[in-house]
Design a protein around this ligand. Structure first.
Ligand code: HPA
Length: 268
């Protein structure tokens, strides 16, 4: 984080506090094309344009809005490194959620399957991640009031939360390791073989910076990847953004249901 970041966080929290006083414990971040849940969720809607210092998402399918009620705060629209944002911009929403009272976070994303057993359209629980982005949002002066200089990352996607998700779902979910590349190009087949050799099951271009920030702040994380395609080189066909978007759209209602049941369970 750069110096001045703490002030930036305070200003963002203040602009939400000016219109809404609730302090939900649960935060939810909806990935590209996975925004369906927000329409089922009732709460006060605050567009990013009304949150002081918030950048605006440039990716289609990202709405750029916060919805908040006493149980949860939902963000539809995230900031990716490949869009040109600084890591500070990418993690500002996590610091905002923390400032509003959030202590458990559900992060969702669209991902390519490195694991050949996975199928497009499947939801996978993230068990761990590998940061191949080449950036870390915690670089820079540490804000000692908020978190440690050297945060522990041994169990960021908490076992108890993963077990809870499995116990409340009718369906069984596999668990996998998510590797984050910078993007915006998809990976080469050789990069996917490397990711597989490293132990990755999924690849994507998001989530890891936000999860690092959450771990730093002591927020517990549930990560859900929506497999939108088989990763490069697994099938003999090129990857297409249209395929990723179309599969994401198909799975969005199932993801919305899963998030709803987690929300009901955690707030009930
Ligand atoms: N690679 C990287 N990011 C992605 C992919 C992929 O195959 N699918 C969806 N997001």
């Amino acid at each position: 984080m750069f110096s001045g970041f703490e002030e930036r966080v305070k200003r963002a929290v203040k602009s939400v506090r000016e219109v809404e006083s609730v302090s939900p414990q649960l935060g939810i971040i909806l990935g590209s094309g996975l925004g369906d849940f927000i329409d089922r969720f009732s709460g006060r809607e605050i567009p990013y344009t009304k949150i002081d210092g918030f950048p605006l998402p440039t990716v289609e399918g990202h709405r750029g809005t916060l919805k908040i009620n006493p149980s949860a705060a939902v963000l539809a629209g995230r900031f990716h490194y490949y869009e040109g944002y600084d890591p500070d911009d990418i993690v500002l929403p996590i610091f905002l959620l923390h400032g509003l009272g959030v202590r458990t976070l559900i992060v969702t994303n669209a991902a390519g399957a490195v694991n050949p057993e996975y199928k497009p359209g499947e939801l996978v629980l993230i068990r761990d991640h590998i940061n191949l982005m080449g950036v870390n949002p915690l670089r820079g002066p540490n804000i000692a009031d908020l978190g440690p200089r050297f945060p522990d990352m041994s169990e960021v996607y908490g076992l108890q939360l993963r077990q809870l998700v499995k116990s409340i779902s009718k369906q069984s979910y596999r668990e996998g390791v998510y590797a984050a590349f910078q993007g915006p190009c998809y990976e080469t087949p050789a990069e996917i073989r490397m990711a597989a050799a490293f132990g990755a099951d999924l690849v994507g271009m998001s989530t890891v910076p936000e999860v690092i920030a959450a771990a730093y702040l002591g927020i517990k994380v549930i990560g859900i990847s929506c497999v939108t395609n088989m990763a490069a080189g697994i099938l003999e066909q090129p990857l297409s953004h249209e395929e990723v978007v179309a599969t994401g759209k198909k799975v969005a209602p199932q993801l919305a249901e899963l998030i709803t049941s987690i929300l009901n369970n955690l707030s009930g």
